[in-house]
Design a protein around this ligand. Sequence first.
Ligand code: NAP
Length: 288
Amino acid sequence: MAQILRGKEVAVALNKDSAAAMDALKAQRISPTLAMIRMGENPDDLAYEASIVKKAQSMGIQILGCDLKKDVDQKELEAHINGFNHDPYVHGILLFRPLPSQMDEQAVLDLISPEKDVDGVSEVSMGKVYAGNGEGFGPCTAESVMAILKHYNIPISGKRAVVLGRSLVIGKPVAMMLLGQNATVTLCHSKTQDLSNECKRGDILIAAVGKASMVDASFVHENQTVIDVGINVDAEGNLSGDVNFSEVSPQVAAITPVPGGVGTVTTAILLQHVIRSAQRQAKSMKIG
Ligand code: NAP
């Protein structure tokens, strides 16, 4: 039976590090602050927002909520982003996505100052992930995948990693992060031929497609680590990943569950980014 890579254990360890960093910032009278901008009342956004607020408050991170109407004008949204960009008491900006259809999404995301782009959504942040210089913030879900691999000591350097899915938020940044840690990376997508055999070649398989239970036993082998990023909700409201867990888990070395895997780690990563942004700002003020 595979080792089950539970996200909770990873989040607890990350939050412990964050608590120590918060103590040091408090001693300098710095109060890490996250501004969250939400348009409309999408239930998924509200649930994610509530979980961030709860965790942030328990750690002493301040939250500034900015609730806008779903039909808000792009100029008004941009004014809020610019306000937070210039506010020295704000260290991170999170924009709930997807944005309403009237918005030019990438133009809006690119307005977020890279220093405060704690979800790694702007093209500048993406460029920094690709440069691999550790300066920017990567997308939280992609970083959660890497945090799980690190926490459970899954070897990456010199290993074959297959990433299934090439979106800008998950597949591509995860591929770059794995490459940055010296994996030999294959990126698969909807046009990949002989998909199951490509996936089977990986020592590590990252599934991020958004197709419930698509990865079955034919995609894996007994020495493989499988990270399931997928979140799929069926007509009855049940949650499942991109991996058929009951079929695959007896066939691999290690696997993340859904729920209880990658998604459990993202808030801890987000809050860690806010703290890191506050630390960087404090350092630059000392130098300046
Ligand atoms: P996305 O933008 O829809 O991208 C899906 C990717 O999968 C695309 O690259 C697509 O290929 C590929 N794909 C789709 N069908 C395929 C098939 N039959 N065979 C091979 N490749 C296929 O999705 P995303 O935003 O990356 O999200 C992926 C999953 O992660 C979703 O279930 C989402 O809900 C979940 N998610 C989880 C978290 C978390 O915290 N755990 C956070 C965000 C998202 P093409 O490029 O060729 O179209």
